[in-house]
Design a protein around this ligand. Structure first.
Ligand code: SF4
Ligand code: SF4
Length: 501
């Protein structure tokens, strides 16, 4: 049990976060959960691709964990840094905006996604810009930025290789670090062939070279570059960006205007703390000591400097984060979006990112998405979890993910929003579990009933919830003897043997 869990009993902060403005943009699929899961579990290409990636990244991550030595010490330090940021977020945000202001940059605090997209669009319009290049940013997905800009007639080009391929395929990302993790190389070749007239092979090298040649002139032609921000450094007003393709560097330095977008919690006090966080991020995300490109920007460009944008805007997004910060779910804001929890989760392995129907999938999504997208649409996400706790043990900033998932389940019960069948089943279980004689009777009757009633892994009457289970698995037939009866006999025979000696 981690420290946050230990304090759960005395935590007086709200358990339920009232989502004032449920975020529709986080929805990637409107099918009901069971239909989504059914479709995903039958997608053999996705399942093979995700399993292969999980295994490869998992092995590489473990090598990097061993390589660092004292991994737990590093985790504790990273957790402490992130907790300090959350505890002093107002001071760090103030310092950050002061530093950026000093250098002639602009800072905009957006309470909602609409305020954020309106501001970004107003900057683009003021520049009379028609073309925008973007580097990968989950928070811009969260606020539905591309949709808004394209609706206003602005051409938006994703330049991260995975995001670019998904933009061509009109497919949402399914992972926070490897957005196209669910696709295999033949599908990618087909997308390039259909949309870009690609005629080359399906080797990653050939396809990447083709995309590189296509994208390169676009960086020069763009009026505005939009990026996310892995960490904003409060002491200097700098942005730290990590990527493996170098596209973030081109997006943020070639266009004359750079707009960076960040969730309000993506801060670090100084470069010393960013050093620790980036060490943990690269190792956890892709099993590398460092990513290919680590970009440190302190825009805008000053006189005498050759590179960099002439104009810089930082858009800091709340979008429900203040409410999360004040609730029992605040540890989720420690997240550094490394994706390690997804790379470990057995549920994610089976259903992939699209199974979650949210741009934040996996264990992170099971916690975060109901908080920003609302329980009405996402009450089922905390159920996509076996509570195995594997995610807790890999999270580099020690977020108690399974504990937070359990809190969602408690919150949903307290709000009375679980399905009626489930409520009745739980009530029945509660009654049987609360009465020793009824419990003993159920246990005694259960074993012979299973022997009598279950044949070929199926029960004679199967309500929908049991049917969903038996469609995928066999019910155990049993031999008519309960564990308690067997155990009592076993104990008796041991006792007899002892007495005979
Ligand atoms: S505890 Fe749940 S969310 Fe975490 S790895 Fe296990 S199944 Fe996935
Ligand atoms: S919750 Fe932890 S493991 Fe998952 S993405 Fe965030 S930092 Fe990484």
């Amino acid at each position: 049990m981690n420290s946050t869990e230990t304090h759960h009993e005395v935590d007086k902060r709200p358990l339920v976060v009232n989502v004032a403005n449920p975020d529709d943009c986080v929805v990637t699929n409107r099918l009901p959960l069971h239909e989504r899961l059914d479709r995903q579990t039958h997608d053999q290409v996705m399942r093979a691709a995700v399993a292969k990636a999980q295994d490869l990244i998992g092995r590489n991550r473990q090598k990097m964990v061993d390589d660092l030595e004292d991994w737990e010490g590093w985790r504790a330090r990273a957790e402490q840094i992130r907790q300090d940021v959350l505890e002093n977020i107002d001071a760090y945000l103030y310092k950050l905006s002061e530093e950026i202001d000093k250098r002639g940059g602009n800072v905009f605090f957006a309470r909602t996604k609409e305020e954020a997209t309106d501001y970004i669009l107003s900057v683009i319009k003021a520049k009379n810009a028609k073309k925008v290049v973007k580097s990968k940013s989950m928070v811009t997905e969260e606020i539905g930025l591309n949709h808004v800009l394209e609706g206003a007639g602005v051409s938006v080009l994703e330049t991260d290789l995975g995001e670019y391929l998904l933009q061509l395929a009109k497919d949402p990302p399914s992972h926070v670090v490897v957005p196209a993790i669910h696709r295999d190389r033949r599908q990618i070749q087909e997308t390039l062939r259909k949309t870009m007239g690609y005629t080359g092979s399906d080797t990653p090298e050939d396809m990447t070279l083709f995309v590189r040649k296509t994208l390169r002139p676009e960086f020069f032609a763009a009026d505005v570059g939009i990026s996310g921000c892995n960490f904003a450094v409060a002491e200097s007003g700098s942005m730290a960006l990590v990527s493996n393709e170098g596209n973030a560097r081109l997006c943020t330095t070639l266009p004359k205007t750079h707009i960076a977008v960040m969730g309000m919690e993506r801060l670090a006090p100084s470069f010393a703390e960013v050093d620790v966080l980036i060490t943990m991020l690269a190792r956890s995300a892709v099993g590398q000591r460092l990513t290919g490109y680590n970009t440190w920007l302190t825009p805008p460009k000053r006189s005498g400097e050759l590179d960099g944008p002439e104009e810089f805007h930082l858009v800091i997004i709340d979008n429900g984060r203040s409410d999360i910060l004040a609730s029992q779910f605040s540890p989720i804001l420690q997240c550094i979006r490394c994706g390690a929890c997804m790379n470990t989760c057995p549920c994610y392995r089976e259903v992939g990112g699209h199974g979650y129907g949210s741009i934040y999938p996996g264990p992170l999504g099971a916690v975060l998405t109901p908080l920003i997208g609302g329980y009405e649409k996402f009450r089922d996400l905390p159920q996509v979890c076996t509570l195995c706790t594997a995610c807790d043990s890999v999270c580099p900033v020690k977020i108690p993910l399974s504990g937070l998932i359990r809190r969602h389940r408690i919150a949903e019960v307290e709000m009375g929003i679980r399905p009626t069948g489930e409520k009745l089943a739980m009530k029945g279980f509660g009654v049987a579990n609360g009465s020793p004689w009824l419990w003993n009777l159920t246990m005694k009757a259960g074993a012979p009933a299973m022997k009598l009633g279950i044949h070929n892994g199926r029960a004679p009457i199967e309500p929908s919830v049991i049917k969903a289970w038996t469609n995928m698995r066999d019910l155990p037939e049993g031999d008519g003897e309960s564990f308690r009866t067997w155990f009592a006999e076993h104990e008796k025979s041991l006792e007899n043997k002892k007495n005979q000696k």
